[in-house]
Design a protein around this ligand. Sequence first.
Ligand code: SF4
Length: 508
Amino acid sequence: MVDMTGYERRAPTGGVAALREALLDLEVALRLYVPGYPVTDAVPALGEGAQMAMNEKVAMEVALGASAAGRRSIVLVKHLGVNLLSDPLSIAPSHSIGAGLVVLAGEDVGPKGSQAEMDIRNYGPLCEIPVLEPSGPGLLFPALQEAYALSEEIRAPAMVRTTFEFAGKDAGSEIISTYNSVNPDKREAGRFGSFDRSVWDLTAKGRHQRYRGAAIPRMRSASERSFLNLLKEGGGDLGIIASGRPASFASKTDHPLLVVGFSHPLPAEAIREFVSEHDKILVAEEPTPFIEARLMLCADIFGKLTGHLPWGRMEEGDMERAADLIISGEEPGPAAPPQRFDERLASKTVCDDCPYLPLYEAVADLPVPVAGDAGCSIRAVRDPPGAVDVVYGLGSSVAVACGFGKKGVAIIGDYAIAHSGLLGLIDAVNNEREVLVVLLNNGVAAMTGGQRVPDLSPVLRAIVPDLQTVDLPSGREEIIELLSLEMARPGVSLVVARGVCPRFGPPP
Ligand code: SF4
């Protein structure tokens, strides 16, 4: 395997060590994160002084302020968190920034710890920002080097997207054995640059014209000459184009391989040349056919869209199976049936010793719809206790329950309400909606590893002055009586249920 630039490379490290080393080497002053699978494992790499932001949009906004003041920053989030920060992310490029700002986003492919799978590479064309994709932990360091250098050159945030696990068995992925130690584009400390106010001489249209005119050609050239694009020679007429985790599978085959390390913009010249040299092309990527869909318009391409590879997470044998089918000309078989919850080994129902179990059981007996949240209450959708009907994401339950038409129930954790649920509560009071909000207050974000959560009691009392509290464990009759009373009252009810999670104990 050789990189397309010919630079000498160093020995690999795991994802956590590579991230720690890169942030030190690149002098990234502000390190922010929002925990969640699969990026929680990478949080220790952010080092002392790293800050957990209340939500991804806030993290991005703080990072933008640091960038404007000339400080490099990083925002570490999971894939779904990119949705929340995409508002400032979409404005930042044409607005312009100061020092380098990188969003490091981990995808939960074939979701293990997320509600949904999505392909955040799409934020590249959507927000017109560079998206770099190191295919293994050994390329994380140069990916961050390139991302900061490019971010400062085009004065826009850059995204580094990962599909490998930072810790665990994927961390030793051997596809990339070495990496470049010194990036010639690296800036010296203190010269990162602050925000340039002269952009305000331009209209919104003019700022976008300025950005597109200068940044897009620079992004394209950076993509073509990126350290992250790799070529491996092989035999036969079938060439493989791969990105991310599947590149390590592809590297074990005898087929010629082009590893694409820049998702947006794609290295068009390198891809065109590789495609022209092979009769057939298999594209291996996760989770969606992002590259394949672009190539199939003008070439004979195989992959997910043709049924040769599965959507979502790929397994090691998928690559060889697809190559055999393409070479033999056989049609792929039907797609695998949808995975069922009872096929998974890990239990994701409410813990047997959870202090909130009697509360969930009491809510399950109420003859009204119940919205849960992406904290522990999502575990209550299944029996026992089967209390929750719908869950549309972290912080969503209050607003969702407000849409039920008649008074329904929202169950929300104290992290979720601080993350984004508070706005739903303010809206409910402001619009005199009908809803019973049950706040599970244990002082920690239990679903993401027990991070400390701020006590919002004074804020909540200011919004809903007649809130009720109950300390758990408590008798089931007392809980039922309290919920029934609140359900009978018109308007917004808030019950704060205080308990201690036995997994993480009381907040530190
Ligand atoms: S992790 Fe804690 S709060 Fe969550 S279900 Fe288990 S016991 Fe309850």
